[in-house]
Write a protein of this length. Structure first.
Length: 168
């Protein structure tokens, strides 16, 4: 039973940190929006599926597989839109680097074979890949077919805005 609880705790920790990673990605969009427009009113939805928590500006859903940043007012310039769009993938890339540092550097200072070492190793490795894929699938120019059906990635939206700027 103790062995099962160890894995349940690890799975819950990974789930919570994945949801937090999605939240931070969306906060990256909010920071880009704030820095490019000066406005600070928005709503962030972290996750998909059934709603768990509905706070005034934040909604948390059960499945940490997508998220949405919804500004109260759309940025007016293409530059502000690009900065807003780039904020999310930038934060995901920073998270990837952070978990890579934990995975490949900090673990050198934790006793190998200890429970802490094994937990940090497995959790940081999973989150390293999770955030890398979150970065990759938001920065490549694609239209989503499964999760967020029909929506465009941040990268594709940025390409459209850059093309629109050239056409003007």
């Amino acid at each position: 039973m103790e062995h099962i609880m160890y894995y349940v705790e690890k799975i819950l920790l990974i789930w919570l940190l994945c949801l937090f990673s999605v939240l931070l990605h969306e906060v990256g969009h909010a920071l880009g929006y704030r820095s490019s427009t000066g406005k600070a009113r928005w709503k962030i939805i972290a996750g998909s599926g059934p709603k768990m928590i509905d706070a005034s500006n934040y909604i948390f859903r059960l499945i940490p597989a997508s998220g949405y940043f919804i500004p109260e007012e759309e940025p007016k310039t293409n530059t502000a839109k690009i900065i807003t769009l780039a904020g999310g993938p930038s934060v995901s890339l920073l998270q990837t680097i952070l978990y890579g540092v934990i995975r490949f550097c900090i673990l050198e200072f934790v006793q190998s074979g200890s429970g802490l070492h094994e937990t940090l190793l497995s959790v940081s490795t999973f989150l390293l890949y999770f955030n890398f894929f979150q970065f990759f699938f938001t920065v490549i120019p694609i239209r989503y077919r499964i999760i967020c059906k029909g929506l465009e990635s941040d990268g594709l939206q940025i390409i459209h805005l850059l093309k629109h700027n050239k056409a003007q």
